[in-house]
Design a protein around this ligand. Structure first.
Ligand code: DGJ
Length: 754
């Protein structure tokens, strides 16, 4: 078995096969097999055009119709045979990585400005390497896998005129229908080259008849599912907010028109990045659909000096021929096993109570200890002190950047508070917003040039705060030192890393004029560096990301934090759609979800306490309320909710997730199930949003069970066959009224127990 990084000579006159990747020498074809998926790339013509042959259900190696799949058996043919129509070739060829300026008029992945001011570029195949394992992406989050689990192909291409090397990196996961892509671009010339666009992935899918599925919203309404035809022309998903954003998630799926939750083909693309991004699906003239994804070129430029390299972040591509549900489960398995790291990767998280909705800024040691005392009696395991403990912060108009404990509020100091909480048998967590600076802060008064800004322009305030210029190393050092001092000063085992505004005025007094286009990406690299440092210096700390709710819920962040606060909307009914959309890509174990008080602070709706618990159980689970002041009957339910969490969290965290019904579609109920990998256990959650007489005794067809097995409803003792539950359905009885719900725990029973 070759070691990771061992080059395999590509000129050997035979097939080169390393686990999931083959180079078929005669056909000049790379065949990548990931689980039940194949992805095929061909090299054509003497010049070495790299073309996309196939992506889909696994196919044999023999008799690949490479020529026709690359559209070469028809006019205009390859340039060596028909150079007078080179442009037409470029215009139609399903390229593996599109470049700007020579006749591929579809969306380009790579565009440059060379030393002479020209933008034209074009890359050709040079060589390749295949090796076991998966390389890390320097400074960037990415999936990982051992040499037994993954195989990597690097195809080196070059623009000979520019002397620009472009290495396309593909990794296949042996057990998943998943392939990752990233790109390394190196300037091998003597002159500077400016990248004006450097996307990460390009796939020319066959056909024009796709739907695009994407996740959109706003603050407190994140990741609602949208599905629409791509048609001809471009559908563009993007963020230029400097964060992946509430408005549009860095994910897209292309589904065949007839694809449903449980059947049909779908291609999912997820960008492992947390800043500006673009994802484009382009219905093209010759019955193909081009999909590209990468860093948003708007406002982006990257100056590559001789021998410098740029790395375009990773895109995860997932294929499913069993509907959207299977795509979801592949993303979940991949992220749980090969993206999320740290001690909580496979572990149950402590049930926390966060004081944000309980107190907002109005708290002190006494108040926090009152909450902790009550919470500890009910079985809650951690107190998280949210915004307002530092500087002079009694509202959101000051002190960001002054990460020093406000002892007027935290009387006795942080260590005292943490010790008292620990004495109650609870852990302690703390909130930070490390990337920000308030104009009214000691930090700003000392360093007004430390925020992102453009000379002569007043930067745009949001929530009375500016964004720190993290491209400046001393800013990172200073903020990190403050953070780590606090973390070392007491027994803190959780950090909530918040980010409450997008980036504007993206300019840095630190970088020269010709590098101002790099600020947004350098900012992201600095955030990643800080998070990497935090998680390695404090490996015992559970890091939860947050961005004004779920404005940075993306795969990039999951590399550093195993959970992300899903939304500032904690209303159980609003959360149904938010969590359904989030879980389309991201595992349930990552979705920060809490039970909060009613009327709900975001939408003023009152829902039963039980229902709030059922919905929060589908995420990380915790509380976000003043437990000393909620109605006694609600408080009395907390121990049983805590018990449900302990009983079901292993299943919810590790199981297979099935969407069964959505209120957004049926206007009555939401229903989902989590089924254990061995199909011996399932937890079904049913939430009736609207009680409708016509839906009396609603029968719901379950999913994911084994049709051969028999299951007992753990509560009623009733026994069902798996096939009846899936093909006939389960009748949802005893749910009277709006916003009511129930959990159904099904456990396999052996025939002899029947
Ligand atoms: C936004 C977060 O989503 C909330 O949970 C809370 O931490 C506030 N920020 C604090 O300012």
């Amino acid at each position: 078995m070759p070691q990771s990084g061992d080059a395999i000579n590509h000129y050997l006159d035979r097939e080169v096969i390393i686990m999931g990747i083959k180079y078929l020498e005669k056909q000049r074809v790379f065949k990548l097999d990931a689980g039940q998926t194949s992805y095929v790339i061909g090299v054509v013509d003497d010049e070495g055009f790299l073309g996309h042959v196939y992506f889909g259900k696994r196919i044999p190696d023999q008799y690949l119709p490479v020529e026709s799949f690359l559209r070469l058996n028809e006019w205009p043919q390859v340039p060596s045979r028909n150079n007078r129509e080179r442009l037409s070739f470029n215009d139609a060829f399903p390229t593996e990585y599109s470049t700007f300026g020579q006749g591929d008029f579809r969306e380009a992945c790579l565009a440059v400005k060379d030393a002479h001011g020209h933008s034209v570029c074009g890359i050709k195949y040079q060589s390749h390497r295949i090796y076991a394992g998966k390389p890390r992406l320097k400074g960037l989050p990415a999936t990982f896998g051992s040499e037994e689990e993954t195989t990597t192909l690097e195809i080196t291409c070059k623009d000979e005129i520019l002397n620009l090397e472009v290495v396309l990196v593909y990794t296949v996961f042996e057990k998943f229908n998943a392939i990752t892509r990233s790109v390394r671009i190196r300037n091998q010339s003597q002159a500077p080259i400016r990248l004006t666009k450097a996307l990460s992935a390009c796939v020319d899918l066959n056909g024009n008849d796709y739907d695009i599925i994407s996740l959109h919203g706003s603050w407190a309404r994140e990741r609602h599912v949208q599905r629409m035809p791509v048609g001809l022309g471009k559908r563009v998903l993007s963020s230029v907010r400097g964060e992946s954003s509430h408005q549009c998630n860095p994910f897209m799926a292309l589904a065949a028109r007839e694809t449903t939750e449980d059947s049909g083909e779908v291609y999912g693309f997820c960008f492992v990045y947390s800043g500006n991004f673009v994802g484009i699906a382009e219905g093209c003239q010759f019955s193909t659909t081009r999909v590209v994804m990468g860093i948003n070129p708007e406002g982006f430029e990257w100056l590559l000096m001789p021998e410098e390299e740029f790395i375009a972040p990773e895109v995860i591509m997932v294929y499913s021929d069993q509907g959207i549900g299977k795509m979801t489960r592949t993303f979940h398995d991949l992220m749980r096993g090969h993206l999320i790291r740290g001690q909580y990767k496979d572990r149950k998280r402590p049930i926390l109570i966060n004081n944000w909705e309980a107190t907002y800024f109005d708290f002190n040691t006494q108040k926090l200890l009152d909450i902790a005392r009550e919470a500890s009696k009910l079985g809650i395991e951690m107190l998280v002190m949210d915004d307002g403990w530092f500087g002079r912060r009694n509202s959101d108009n000051c002190s960001l950047g002054d990460w020093v404990v406000n002892e007027d509020k935290i009387q006795g100091g942080l260590n005292y508070l943490v010790n008292e909480v620990n004495k109650l048998g609870m852990q302690f967590g703390i909130w930070f917003e490390p990337e920000m600076i308030s104009p009214d802060s000691d930090l700003y008064r000392a360093h007004p040039d430390w925020c992102l800004r453009v000379p002569d322009r007043t930067p745009c305030l949001s929530r009375d705060q500016y964004v720190l210029d993290l491209t400046r190393p001393e800013v990172v050092e200073t903020v990190y030192a403050m953070l780590s001092n606090i973390l070392k000063s007491a027994n803190i085992t959780y950090v909530k890393w918040d980010m409450n505004r997008p980036l504007t005025d993206v300019g840095s007094a630190y970088l020269p004029p010709d590098r101002q286009g790099e600020v947004s990406h350098r900012y992201m690299l600095a955030v990643y560096e800080m998070m990497e440092r935090l998680t390695s210096d404090f490996p015992h700390i559970l890091l939860e990301n947050c961005s004004g709710g779920g404005g940075r819920f993306d795969a990039g962040m999951l590399y550093y934090s195993p959970q992300i606060w899903c939304s500032d909307d904690t209303d159980a009914i609003e959360r149904l759609e938010i969590q359904r959309g989030t879980a389309m890509v991201y595992p349930l174990s990552t979705m920060g979800a809490h039970v909060s008080d009613c009327p709900n602070h975001a939408v003023h709706r009152t829902t039963p306490f039980e229902t709030r618990g059922y919905v929060a159980l589908a995420g990380t689970f915790g509380y976000e309320l003043d437990v000393t002041r909620i109605p006694e009957e609600d408080r009395a339910l907390i121990p049983s909710q805590v018990a449900l969490y302990h009983r079901f969290n292993d299943l919810i965290r590790q199981g297979d997730y099935y969407r069964i019904g959505s209120y957004a579609e049926n206007h009555v109920y939401d229903c989902w199930a989590v089924v254990s990998k061995d199909q011996t256990e399932a937890l079904v959650t049913y939430i009736q949003v609207l009680h409708r007489p016509s839906f009396k005794n609603q029968r719901v067809r379950l999913k994911g069970l084994n049709p051969e097995y028999y299951y007992k409803d753990a509560e009623t003792g009733e026994v069902f066959s798996g096939s009846v539950l899936m093909y006939g359905g389960m009748t949802m009885t005893g749910i009277q009224g709006d916003f009511k719900g129930k959990l159904i725990h099904l456990v396999r029973v052996e025939p002899e127990e029947l």
